[in-house]
Design a protein. Structure first.
Length: 241
């Protein structure tokens, strides 16, 4: 059975291109035409099969659009969390490195163990932080004796977990958004191809029914997005002498 298509809502306006919005609206009208004329074009007919393809394809655009929105939101959330946790890790590593220089005065071998590169970046901070956490664990009491917080290692590991999780969220969100974007285009294309196949069938079926053909022409018409042109510059007038 043919089902009602995913509604043409403001959701689409925020994530789809104007051409895709107009195409989706047209395909929704085509599906409604098919529903209204099911008796003439039953599901077992060639036309019925193509109408079913339209009805099945267009709702998937809604699913893909929702995935695009959800993925975009996850990517933004991951980006924000990643930026904050980077700053936390940066401060923790700077404190540990500086304290290690003090400890190195009485503990041989610490000069090189807690050195930081010239620049901490998103790409290198996670392995450095994990190495610092592992190397500082047996020296926790020494760091605390230098007025580091008693739970500095816990704080460091919390920052590591937050940064790693935010990275995964950001990456997964970007992937979901890209998949949703692709899904919008591919599902619209599938439904549009079915509509193209329907055109000749409907015209043949209703060649002696001009009112129905006019209804079909309206259904399959794709609105054109008007192009905005820049206003012509005002004519320059010469100042009076």
């Amino acid at each position: 059975p043919r089902s009602t298509l995913f509604p043409y809502t403001t959701l689409f306006r925020s994530i789809m291109k104007n051409a895709q919005i107009n195409l989706n609206a047209m395909l929704t009208r085509v599906n409604n035409f098919g529903i209204a004329h099911t008796a003439d074009l039953p599901a077992t007919s060639k036309g019925g099969v193509l109408f079913a393809s339209v009805a099945a394809g267009v709702p998937k655009v809604g699913t893909a659009a929702a995935q695009q929105v959800s993925g975009g939101e996850a990517a933004h959330s991951g980006t924000d969390t990643k930026a904050v946790s980077f700053l936390w890790l940066h401060d923790d590593l700077m404190a540990i490195s500086g304290t290690a220089r003090t400890l190195a005065q009485t503990t041989p071998g610490l000069d090189d163990k807690f050195r930081l590169p010239h620049n901490l970046t998103y790409g290198n901070i996670l392995p450095i932080a994990r190495a610092f956490a592992a190397d500082a664990a047996p020296l926790q009491a020494d760091f605390v004796a230098c007025e580091m917080a008693a739970d500095f290692l816990q704080q460091l590991n919390t920052g590591i977990t937050a940064f790693a999780g935010a990275t995964d969220t950001q990456s997964g969100g970007k992937g979901a958004k890209a998949k949703g974007t692709t899904g919008i285009g591919s599902n619209l294309q599938t439904a549009f191809q079915a509509m193209q196949g329907l055109d000749a069938i409907v015209r043949n079926k209703y060649r002696n029914a001009p009112a129905t053909l006019a209804e079909w022409a309206t259904a399959r018409h794709v609105e054109r997005t008007p192009r905005h042109t820049k206003p012509a510059p005002a004519p320059q007038t010469k100042p009076n002498p």
